[in-house]
Design a protein around this ligand. Structure first.
Ligand code: PHE
Length: 331
């Protein structure tokens, strides 16, 4: 039995002793030829031999089974090993902020439209009333392709594209990537996301925009948010404004509980979220709209900025490096 190391060897042993013409079987057949007085003892001895042989065969068979399992486990997975708990993923904070902001506008009847990241100079600049000598047009600020097209420097091209394709009224938001030749630092990246908004209909004024943005910031940052417009300039809006909202880091006070200036807003109590204004009559006209019949507001905001303020992140690179530990923390 010691030399047996597979099922075939085991079967050979069984046949040799217990088979039809096996050694023990033959002995048992021979009992009848013994004198009657010796038969019972011979029977007992033979039965005991059969029992112990069967026990040995069973034990050997188990041992072979164990060995086969060990060999299989050594070369494959250990099904008895407790599994690693699976971790649930989450949306990236940028994606979540983008979806929440779009959702806010969608619930108010706005359509979400996406645009191309590669744009023509016409839609990126000319149609938006940006003059040929504007510095943004230079290769130093924009990524041009060999064809003369460029990576859009803002999401505003979708204003004219949407108006040219649809009669008024228009209510859209356009989220997406924009590109500028900025060196990467804590506040800049050559690629970032914007949320563009456009509402055009008879009688639209800046008050409508202020109400809309106040609601957005309250939904994203908290119920105490307010909005401030600072006079500014964009070629495609008139009048134009920078959009500020109450700094959520210090509730607009500019200082922290320890008396130090708030780091989120630099002590001003306000955070700049983007640009806005009333759509320039020239842009309406270029889009085939009558500036005497309809008016509209437009805004453009940085989605990274929204997400950073929302999560208290002070370096934009955190949003692009995708360290899973950071993402788990922001989930
Ligand atoms: N396109 C401007 C920018 O990228 C933002 C903006 C959008 C301003 C719409 C006014 C109206 O800075």
């Amino acid at each position: 039995m010691a030399g047996v190391d597979d099922e075939a060897g085991l079967e050979a042993v069984r046949v040799r002793f217990l088979g039809r013409s096996g050694e023990i079987t033959t002995l048992r057949r021979g009992i009848g030829a013994l004198p009657p007085a010796e038969r019972p003892d011979a029977g007992k001895v033979i039965n005991a031999a059969v029992e112990s042989l069967e026990a040995m065969l069973t034990e050997k068979s188990r041992e072979l089974g164990r060995r086969a399992l060990d060999a299989a486990l050594a070369t494959s997975i250990d099904v008895t090993f407790p599994g690693a708990p699976s971790r649930a993923g989450s949306l990236h904070p940028l994606r979540r902020t983008l979806e929440d902001a779009c959702g806010y506008f969608e619930r108010r009847g706005f359509a979400v439209v996406l645009g191309n990241e590669i744009e023509t100079e016409y839609y990126n600049f000319d149609a938006l009333n940006i003059p040929p000598d504007h510095p943004a047009r230079e290769g130093l600020d924009s990524f041009y392709l060999r064809s003369g097209a460029l990576l859009r420097t803002h999401t505003s091209p979708m204003q004219v594209r949407t108006m040219q394709a649809n009669p008024p009224p228009i209510a859209i938001v356009t989220p997406g990537k924009a590109y500028r030749r900025d060196a990467v630092d804590a506040r800049h990246s050559y690629m970032f996301h914007q949320l563009e908004g456009l509402l055009v209909a008879p009688g639209i004024h800046l008050g409508h925009l202020k109400g809309m943005l106040t609601g957005l910031f309250r939904e994203l940052f908290g119920p105490a948010q307010t909005v401030r417009f600072r006079p500014s300039f964009f070629p495609f809006t008139e009048p134009s404004a920078e959009i500020d909202t109450t700094c959520p880091g210090c509730a607009g006070s500019g200082s922290l509980a320890d008396g130090n200036a708030c780091r989120t807003c630099g002590g001003s109590g306000w955070i700049e979220m983007g640009g806005a204004g009333m759509v320039h009559p020239g842009v309406l006209r270029e889009s085939g709209y009558d500036p005497d019949a309809v008016s509209g507001w437009a805004f453009g905001m940085g989605i990274e900025r929204l997400a950073m303020v929302r999560h208290g992140i002070d370096d934009i690179r955190v949003l692009f490096e995708n360290d899973p530990r950071v993402l788990a923390q922001l989930a």
